[in-house]
Design a protein around this ligand. Structure first.
Ligand SMILES: [Zn+2]
Ligand SMILES: [Zn+2]
Length: 400
């Protein structure tokens, strides 16, 4: 087997990784660059994006755009594999962005082998800020290559169980995001965030707004638990409600919020109309601005796109003395879109706090993985600090 990293080696995101033998050609992730502004830059990979189709399969580790963003640029007819739940969530995200999900993937599940030509692929479910993410093990010619995708050890999935399941490999293609940009970010568990949120909000008066991405289902669960445990009504918009529904009802530690089951979850409509809420099956869970005004305590999941709605809401609900929690990657705050929104909310009298943990493996988790799978060769990807891996020489060959 041979590896060709078409893109995503000394950068975070835009991953396009090829594994091939004399007769079989597969790709792990076909991601868009993080900083492509409007049109995605497509690497000229023959048989995948241009020329005559000549790829046997594309395996997606997860639905983040830096791993799946070039799906629409791929030549038609190439089989795509990903997690079923991941696909359901991806579809909701695409619909929300007014994009059509044209491809119909085949589904992978934890440790269920798939044979493509002379390569056997084993998916291993892992924890990441995208739900239903996988690492992939490729085996051919008596050789093993493991590609991690994005992962972390401090999520809700059992990392020790994953470590025990993984075999020793010849080549490890691993992410190393936290080795540079996330060094400032803490790697506490999602459940620790719940406890921190409870302490923060225990005696705080007024409304609570959490700036977060509902595509991060784990964080949605965390916010729901904070609301539940501090006796606040949990307010989400239909997009978050649909993503929660797409995530299914699998319970890993805590349940995914289900407005149909828990009356303390309410769905608010940012266009102000209540009729769609009833029509689309949220029934009694739908809540208007007037309804929100009557709520004594609430925790609302928000995004910068809701600015206009929140401006209107601030005319009905007193924001002063309330809490604004930022629960996303700190780097987004460099973008005027996020920074402007935070300042806009602060000007309404909210006190700003941060409650976040990284979606990526801390250095200790990467060490643990390397010690477990004992690679002969390490190929760092999805990192701006590949040199960190040189500590594993001379036992391992590190390809920078
Ligand atoms: Zn990524
Ligand atoms: Zn990711």
């Amino acid at each position: 087997m041979k590896v060709h990293i078409h893109r995503g080696q000394n950068q975070i995101g835009g991953s396009v990784i090829e594994i091939f033998t004399d007769t079989t050609r597969i790709f792990f992730d076909i991601g868009a660059n993080m900083d492509d502004d409007h049109a995605a830059v497509v690497p000229p990979v023959e048989g995948l994006f241009c020329g005559k189709r000549k790829v046997d399969a594309v395996f997606l580790t997860h639905y983040h755009a830096d791993h799946a963003g070039l799906l629409g640029k791929m030549l038609s007819g190439i089989p795509v594999y990903m997690g079923k739940t991941a696909y359901e969530i991806f579809k909701v995200g695409e619909t929300y962005r007014n994009r059509i999900t044209a491809f119909r993937p085949q589904f992978v599940s934890d440790q269920k082998k798939i044979v493509i030509g002379d390569i056997t692929i084993t998916p291993f479910r892992c924890d990441h800020s995208a739900y239903d993410a996988y690492m992939y093990l490729a085996e051919a010619d008596g050789e093993r290559i493991l590609y991690t995708g994005d992962f972390r050890s401090h999520g809700r999935l059992d990392f020790e169980k994953l470590m025990n399941a993984l075999p020793e490999v010849d080549t490890l293609i691993t992410e190393g995001t936290s080795l540079s940009r996330d060094l400032q970010e803490r790697s506490v568990s999602e459940d620790a965030l719940i406890d921190m949120g409870k302490v923060l909000l225990k005696d705080r008066p007024g409304p609570v707004f959490v700036v977060m991405s509902p595509m991060n289902i784990d964080r949605l669960i965390t916010c729901y638990q904070i609301a539940l445990q501090t006796e606040r009504t949990f307010l989400i918009d239909p997009y978050a409600a649909q993503l929660a529904k797409a995530a299914g009802r699998e319970t890993i530690g805590h349940p995914v919020p289900d407005p149909g089951k828990d009356p303390s979850i309410r769905v608010f409509w940012t266009d102000g109309k209540m009729i769609p809420a009833r029509l689309r099956g949220y029934g009694k869970a739908g809540i208007s601005m007037r309804g929100i005004r009557k709520e004594e305590k609430f925790l609302m999941c928000v995004r910068p796109g809701m600015k206009q709605y929140l401006h209107q809401l601030s005319g009905m609900v007193n924001f002063r003395g309330g809490t604004l929690i930022y629960s996303m990657f700190a780097g987004h705050l460099e973008l005027p879109y996020f920074d402007g929104f935070m300042k806009f909310m602060e000007q309404k009298g909210l006190e700003r706090h941060v409650l976040h943990t990284s979606g990526h493996a801390a250095p200790e988790a990467i060490d643990q993985l390397i010690l477990k799978v004992k690679p002969k060769t390490i190929l760092p990807v999805h990192t701006e600090n590949a040199g960190w891996f040189l500590r594993y020489e001379p036992e391992c060959r590190v390809i920078l």
